[in-house]
Design a protein around this ligand. Structure first.
Ligand code: RIB
Length: 308
């Protein structure tokens, strides 16, 4: 480990993304001709781990793949980017997670089949308690069982670590989990589902962010796609940070780039507003390339865009 670098443990999924580019989405019962197909390493956990490693953090991922070729390819992708993979288990007789990603008109539609991600157990987290204890920030998403995210959070808090939860995909979350979270990063849909408040305008967004803090998380950062992000200050004031104008090729993994950058910057000791601006630069660069992991920018690329 490079001791000068911040250290981030990502607890989360690994999927092989089967990406199909198509001029439009088919309607029910219809077959249409696509443009191109790609098999690209993905999964919210692995995307965030690779994004954080490219931002020059020391990164370890805890997660599970199946004992198949996709699993090997996903572990290789992590290793090639310098992510520690000793806590990525290959589970016998289970398939690696798969995501079917349909890219149409600059947007995506994703269906995930969990496979081995469902085997990422609280026991696996307990086995790597010392890795959690040695990290500055623990970064979680919800493509693994909720009890595993809970156990990772409990262990992290026992060791006084900062926990960032990216509540994606949207799910019901127990208050016990929310009360332990330092920073939660929902998008509009996830924020609406966690608070019951529709998030169609700024006023509703602010109301929803404030309501979410009443459920426990210390800080809320809402991601707003191309429009940027919003966060609440410690005094509960809403702050909006605009998105950057870039040529969008593929938005898959944009949220992962954002969360990884936020976690790395916080692990470096910067305050939340700074971390949000750094994260917006990272996700803006990520959407200019095809594929979640291939699109994750380097530290130099982000720094050339980021004005403190
Ligand atoms: O956040 C993007 C990711 O979501 C994709 O890589 C896909 O695997 C799904 O998990």
């Amino acid at each position: 480990m490079n001791v000068n670098r911040p250290s981030v443990t990502v607890v989360g999924s690994l999927n092989m993304d089967i990406v199909v580019e198509s001029p439009r989405a088919p309607v029910k019962g219809e077959t249409i001709q696509g443009l191109r197909a790609h098999f690209l390493p993905g999964g919210k956990g692995a995307n965030q781990a690779i994004a954080a490693a490219r931002l020059e953090a020391n990164v370890r991922q805890i997660g599970c793949v199946g004992d198949d070729r996709f699993g090997e390819q996903l572990i290789d992708a992590l290793r090639d980017n310098g992510v520690h993979t000793d806590a990525v288990r290959s589970v016998q007789e289970v398939s690696t997670g798969i995501a079917s990603v349909l890219l149409t008109e600059g947007d995506n539609r994703i269906i995930v089949v969990s496979g081995a991600n469902a085997m990422c157990s609280p026991d696996l987290i307990r086995e790597f308690e010392s890795a959690v204890a040695d990290s500055d920030v623990i970064l979680l998403q919800l493509e693994i069982p909720i009890e595993t995210a809970m156990e990772a959070t409990r262990i992290a808090k026992r060791h006084g670590k900062t926990v960032v939860l990216n509540p994606a995909p949207a799910a019901e979350l127990p208050d016990e989990l929310l009360r332990m979270i330092d920073v939660i990063t929902p998008n509009r849909t996830e924020l609406a589902s966690l608070t019951g408040i529709p998030v169609d305008d700024k006023k509703q967004l602010e109301a929803a962010m404030r309501k979410l803090t009443t459920r426990g998380p210390k800080r809320v950062v809402a991601t707003l796609g191309g429009a940027g992000a919003a966060y609440l200050t410690e005094g509960q004031e809403a702050r909006f940070v605009s998105g950057l104008d870039v040529e969008v090729v593929d938005t898959t993994g944009a949220g992962d780039a954002f969360n990884a950058a936020l976690a790395v910057r916080m692990a470096e000791g910067f305050e939340l507003g700074d971390a949000v601006r750094f994260a917006i630069c990272t996700s803006a660069l990520a959407v200019t390339k095809l594929g979640a992991q291939p699109g994750m920018p380097s530290r130099n690329e982000v720094e050339s865009l980021f004005v403190m």
